[in-house]
Ligand binder design. Sequence first.
Ligand code: PBG
Length: 335
Amino acid sequence: MHLSSPTPFPVSRPRRLRRDSFTRNLVREHRVTVHDLIYPVFVHEGQRIHQAVPSMPGVDRLSLDLLLPVAEDCVQLGIPVLALFPAIDPALKTPDGKEALNPDGLIPRVVRALKQEFPDLGVMTDVALDPYTSHGQDGVLDETGYILNDATVAILTGQALAHAAAGVDIVAPSDMMDGRIGAVRQALEAQGHVHTRIMAYSAKYASAFYGPFRDAVGTRGALGKADKNVYQMDPGNTDEALREVALDIAEGADMVMVKPGMPYLDIVRRVKDEFHVPTFAYQVSGEYAMIKAAAAHGWLDHDAVMMESLLAFKRAGADGVLTYFARDVARWLQK
Ligand code: PBG
């Protein structure tokens, strides 16, 4: 039916390049590799602690003795970086979260042990107060319950210094206070930690996709019905993400991040196109839980969806992804 067409066949046949796997491989623009993966893990005080997180099937809170073999597995698989999140003993939680400053707290001890055992495995820590505060917010409150900015930044700076002193490679402020990247960078420089990298959670949205994570670190109960809307970004905004990224780069971030991941791929693309800096995305706990739940029902093919979801991050412009699937992906890539 090409009555008005000059030729009796389609001039271009895009399907030619899709015909064989060798041409599909040859022309593929984006790929997931093991080098793209950052593996978030939950650490717990004690020995032989292995607590499943029901809303995150396949994810456990581990004590250091059980984390070490996981770290070794990551080294074997070639995963470049572990991201540590603590489940803090409720007895240590206070309104000001000051346990975050303890140079011998859980996270500094885990960092030291990991760097000693596996010097070539990158270690990244979260800089935020929510695991340490009795109310589960990422900062300290005034008498009305409002999250104070500058007082929080002062504590976060001390937390980042404690992690740097323990030898962490990357600190990742995930709190969304104004000016924290500059404050952390200046403090690190002043203390001689010139190699400590900062991955800024620059465009972190006030998202309902963090629910399972709050189960894992044990903050969901303390937060109750409270939200984080007075510091995390409004999901309706995109220009604001660019302003946040611009500030963090100007303040000394080495890498920036967008979070959550798959529902915010438009933000990843805008950030990458605008700034051309190392840009990461966090496939957060709720995204992981959705895929796990659907796969458990047999509604989605687990591995196929896992790999497609990660490829989508790369296509959107991400240089790497924090994902709870990291070890599964690395194993899949070896097949
Ligand atoms: C807290 C923090 C959160 C996540 C990473 N760091 C949760 C929050 O802001 O409440 C979420 C990660 C995930 O959902 O996987 N500073």
